[in-house]
Design a binder for this molecule. Structure first.
Ligand code: CA
Length: 288
């Protein structure tokens, strides 16, 4: 039936009309938290994070918190955040490199098309998003006032919380049946769970309320911000003044649960290309 319809279109309307039918879904502002968009050439899925305010960081009552998490008020413009960490297949498509190219002398920590890329520097991650912006704009799929970027520290936590105020998006506890981390250290305590000792395919565990996967564990994720002990807060905050480290978020496959909490944040040196640090992509509106 579909084929017949397409054939009729071809015959009666000519080539340009067929091109209209197949037109890419150009990116725009989302209308609902968790709404998905994948109208890009890599078919990367993004989830809408609506405008809103939240308390970034953890309350003093949160167990095993650190002094890097003092609370600040944040208000954010809506943005799209990658449903998954960038995969090895997506990395290879854009950068032409395999996990072995990235890891150098380091041991591999999981290999496969749907595994997250790791052992990437924040500069390389930035090159990836810049290439995506260029490619999607050239193809007419990305309006000029939108850009692929690394998420800011605040955007990352807002997406991770997805409206929750508990220590994780799944409540005040986390065990390794809900996320990929060292199950010998469930948060805040409890019975030990599996420890895979490597990354795993993205999206293997349940998504948070806005559809985002692996915000807790698998690989740490580079953010756009330079690291400061306390983030600035305010409207669309970002630390763009260079310090010695870049913010990473979410914990990883070799950490215990406390590092995978929504508020957990730390800084890594930008030349640290470790088998436990990758990233995900945000798409943000940069124009008026
Ligand atoms: Ca992660």
């Amino acid at each position: 039936m579909r084929f017949t319809f397409a054939l009729l279109c071809l015959v009666s309307l000519g080539h340009s009309a067929v091109a209209d039918v197949a037109a890419p879904r150009v990116l725009a502002v989302g209308t609902k938290a968790g709404q998905e968009w994948d109208g890009n050439s890599l078919k990367m899925t993004f989830c809408w994070c609506p405008e809103g305010s939240f308390l970034m960081g953890s309350p003093e009552s949160e167990r095993l918190r650190s002094d890097e998490e003092d609370q600040v008020g944040v208000t954010l413009t809506g943005f799209w955040l990658g449903k998954h960490e960038v995969t090895q297949s997506e990395w290879n498509s854009v950068m032409g490199k395999t996990p072995r190219d990235q890891a150098g002398n380091e041991s591999l920590a999981g290999e496969g098309a749907r595994y997250p890329v790791y052992s990437v520097s924040p500069d390389e991650a930035t090159e990836f998003v810049t290439n995506c912006t260029r490619q999607e704009r050239a193809a007419g799929r990305l309006p000029g006032d939108w850009e692929f970027r690394l998420p800011t520290d605040a955007q990352w936590e807002y997406g991770c919380r997805a409206g929750t105020k508990t220590a994780t998006a799944f409540g005040d506890k986390l065990d390794s049946r809900a996320a990929n981390f060292d199950g010998n250290g469930p948060y805040p305590e409890g019975e030990a769970g599996p420890y895979l000792k490597r990354t795993t395919e993205v999206g293997r565990y349940a998504a948070n309320p806005w559809g985002l996967c692996d915000m807790h564990g698998n690989v740490w994720e580079w953010c756009r911000d330079w690291y400061e002990l306390t983030p600035p807060g305010g409207k669309d905050p970002e630390v763009s003044k260079e310090t010695i480290k870049r913010v990473v978020r979410g914990g990883c496959w070799l950490d215990v649960g406390k590092f995978c909490r929504s508020a957990a944040r730390t800084g890594y040196f930008p030349d640290e290309q470790k088998a436990y640090v990758g990233f995900r992509v945000a798409v943000v509106r940069v124009g008026p």
